[in-house]
Design a protein around this ligand. Structure first.
Ligand code: SAM
Length: 281
């Protein structure tokens, strides 16, 4: 390992060995245990890393492929990382492939500090929409919901109970960068139910036994909390009973239910119908 730009506030290092301890730490981020130990997670792609920095996320390490040397955008992001006190690693293709566990990896990977919004800090105002997910299991579903929450201009996501990790590589990939734009809170079922009592708007649950057609509800007044059930079991009674309304999306055909992320998307576009407009081309 050799060091360049000695004396800069951060460090820029060339790394070609998979045995390098910094590389080992980043590779370990594939596991939740080490993500939590390091309070860190990984995001792939130059655009994502730039967006994350613009949105004020704290970068710990920037990794870029040798091919990025001389690329103005990569150099700029490297300079921002150094200025923020982060470490910059210039690595071989082999190291980048090992870190991302992907052939043809992105040229840039950022390691960021995790951020979770404390539940008590959520104070919903008129027009705000929050999504609560009960025990979401699938990283693709969680990432897709976070991306959709971002796309409709909802305020954030509350993870209730034991859920898949919002900072896993699969979830972050599925968010397509929205992980950096959408606040995520965590709650036990008990703390969620306690917090829910102070929620001033409509708490709309979705349920396959819901008696109300989701299109018949006026979501325009006050804040809305949309509560979605677990992929296998749906909402447990304790959460379903805490809802003001239990809504159903009518279906035709043989499918028993919609995929969780699809159902969340259908609901969110209905709830935000009046707020979303096509801009000028
Ligand atoms: N077997 C589960 C059940 O009995 O609820 C299916 C759960 S479904 C895959 C995951 C979640 O998506 C549900 O808990 C509900 O929140 C929502 N969902 C899916 N299809 C729905 C529909 N047609 N109407 C209302 N909610 C729906």
């Amino acid at each position: 390992m050799s060091e360049r730009h000695a004396g800069a506030p951060g460090q820029v290092k060339e790394v070609t060995s998979l045995a390098n301890p910094l590389v080992k730490d980043i590779k370990a981020l594939a596991l939740k245990k080490f993500r939590d130990q390091q309070n860190a997670f990984m995001a792939e792609g130059l655009k994502l890393v730039i967006d994350a920095l613009d949105l004020g996320w704290s970068i710990k390490t920037l990794v870029f492929a040798k091919a990025g040397r001389g690329n103005a955008a990569v150099e700029k992001v490297a300079a921002r990382t150094v200025a923020a006190g982060g470490t910059v690693l210039e690595v071989s293709e082999k190291v980048l492939t090992a870190i991302t566990r992907r052939d043809n990896p992105q040229m840039v990977v950022g390691v960021f500090a995790q951020k979770i919004l404390p539940l008590k800090d959520i104070r919903a105002r008129d027009g705000d929409v929050w999504v609560a997910l009960d025990r979401v299991r699938d990283p693709g579903n969680l990432g897709t919901v976070i991306r959709t929450v971002d796309a409709v201009g909802a305020k954030g996501v509350i993870l209730v109970g034991e859920t898949t990790d919002p900072f896993s590589v699969e979830t972050v990939r599925a968010t397509m960068g929205s992980i950096f734009a959408v606040p995520v809170a965590k709650a036990t079922p008990e703390s969620f139910l306690a917090w829910r009592k102070s929620f001033s708007g409509l708490v709309a649950g979705t349920h396959l036994k819901g008696a109300v057609d989701y299109r018949s509800v006026d979501f325009a007044r006050g804040p809305v909390l949309l509560l979605m059930g677990n992929e296998q079991q749906g909402l447990p009674d304790s959460l379903a009973e805490s809802c003001d309304r239990l809504l159903r999306i009518p279906q035709a055909g043989r499918a028993d239910s919609l995929n969780l992320a699809v159902a969340t998307g259908v609901m969110l576009f209905e709830i935000r119908r009046g707020a979303l407009k096509l801009g000028p081309d």
